[in-house]
Design a protein around this ligand. Structure first.
Ligand SMILES: Cc1ncc(COP(=O)(O)O)c(C=O)c1O
Length: 399
């Protein structure tokens, strides 16, 4: 299902604070921070020519975030970056002088970090990032997980030394509980979603994601004509759409946000024209996208910089995991977890629908950029959904 963005702000420049958060100077700083990370490397950008030909498109490029910072998903860029920034800010306050990332491992900064606790709720990947960041700086992490988060995913966070707290209910309830307990105990909440009065830290998380479009633009000969990105609360879609709009202005690509039909909070928000909470139904296989309320900052950006919103169903998400694992022609195989290939599922649906092709201007000259947002971050689940590929998985599984 495709919905064009008809919001009155569509096409307008980002508001000042979002332009600062997602602008070029901020993104350059994000990459400077990354250069100080021991396990940092640009993630690969794959070109899938056989897939493009099958869809009647000029080119399809997939940026593979399964390789990001040893965590298996793009989320590695956001939570850990926010934690590092927050520790440096706290150190600057306490030491009464500016403290740079180059000083992160000095005794004075470690001493400040050791007094801090960073908390968040997670479906899995964001918590892994916050926990990794806290471990890196020598702070504590308290990670809240709802009842749908698998034991494998909990173990993958706990290995960074985080305190794990189980919450009855769904993702949104775990977000509220994390914020409540953190306020009570003086912890800092590092959420990937924002709400009225809580925008700065989720903004930093989104800022961390700007490394993706910067790398992709360096890896491509020319900017893409179209970008399809999957959404949970909308943070990564907004980071890409916002950064590309700032950088490319009028020549920015057509940008489409793809939601699971069972948790279509951005789609329904776009339809209503303002943030809405969607009712909880059956859980979706796209576990990392199972969010029922959009991030306020993300929606503010997407209402301006996204051109369309789509939903994909359960079978489409699983089919795309298998299609990426068993590619046509000489296309490389890509390991995409349950939420990783959802942007491609949206593209396939649009490319195979004559009306959507026309509305989006998808044709043989289109160069589409997609983000495989995660590898097999839950290997058991991956093996169930992509049985034949599990045996010879070539990348991205993280324990
Ligand atoms: C693998 C993966 N893809 C996409 C998303 C969606 O990101 P956002 O919640 O910023 O929209 C998430 C969020 O956790 C994720 O883990």
């Amino acid at each position: 299902m495709f919905l064009a963005n008809t919001h009155p702000d569509h096409g307008k420049p980002l508001v000042h604070e979002d332009a600062e958060t997602l602008g070029v100077a901020a993104a350059v700083e994000v990459e400077r921070f990354l250069s100080h990370r021991p396990n940092h490397a640009e993630t690969p950008l794959h070109r899938l020519d056989a897939l493009a030909a099958a869809l009647g498109l000029g080119a399809v490029h997939v940026k593979d975030e399964g390789f990001r910072l040893g965590l298996g998903s793009f989320k590695a860029l956001g939570g850990s970056y926010a934690v590092i920034r927050l520790v440096l800010e706290e150190a600057s306050r306490r030491l009464e002088r500016p403290v740079d990332i180059a000083e992160l491992h000095t005794p004075a900064v470690r001493d400040v970090a050791a007094r801090m606790t960073y908390a968040c709720a997670t479906d899995g990947n964001h918590g892994r990032s916050v926990a990794q960041g806290a471990e890196l700086v020598g702070a504590r992490a308290a990670i809240f997980v709802h009842s749908g988060v698998s034991d494998n995913r909990v173990a993958a966070i706990a290995r960074f030394g985080a305190e794990m707290i189980r919450v009855e209910g769904n993702y949104d309830e775990s977000v509220a509980e994390a914020a409540r307990v953190a306020a009570e105990r003086g912890w800092t909440t590092v959420s990937d979603t924002s709400w009225p009065g809580y925008e700065r830290i989720p903004g930093l998380v989104m800022q961390g994601y700007t490394a993706i479009p910067r790398e992709a633009l360096r890896q491509l000969d020319r900017p893409p004509t179209h970008v399809f990105v999957q959404a949970g609360v909308g943070g990564v879609a907004a980071a890409l759409a916002g950064h590309l709009a700032i950088l490319l202005g009028e020549t920015r690509p057509t940008f489409v946000v793809v939601d699971p039909a069972r948790a279509a909070c951005l789609y329904e928000t776009a339809r209503a024209g303002h943030p809405v909470k969607v009712p909880h139904g059956e859980p979706t296989v796209m576990a990392m996208l199972e969010c029922y309320e959009p991030s306020l900052v993300a929606w503010r950006v997407l209402s301006r910089a996204a051109d369309g919103f789509m939903t994909v169903d359960e079978a489409e998400a699983v089919a795309v995991m298998n299609r990426l694992a068993h590619p046509a022609g000489r296309d490389p195989a890509i390991v995409a977890g349950e939420s990783g290939g959802v942007g491609l599922a949206g593209l396939i649906q649009a490319a195979e629908n004559p009306e959507a092709r026309v509305r989006l201007g998808l044709d043989a000259a289109s160069r589409v950029l997609l983000i495989n947002t995660e590898g097999a971050t839950d290997p058991e689940r991956y093996a169930l959904l992509v049985p034949a590929a599990a045996a010879n998985r070539q990348s991205s599984a993280v324990g």
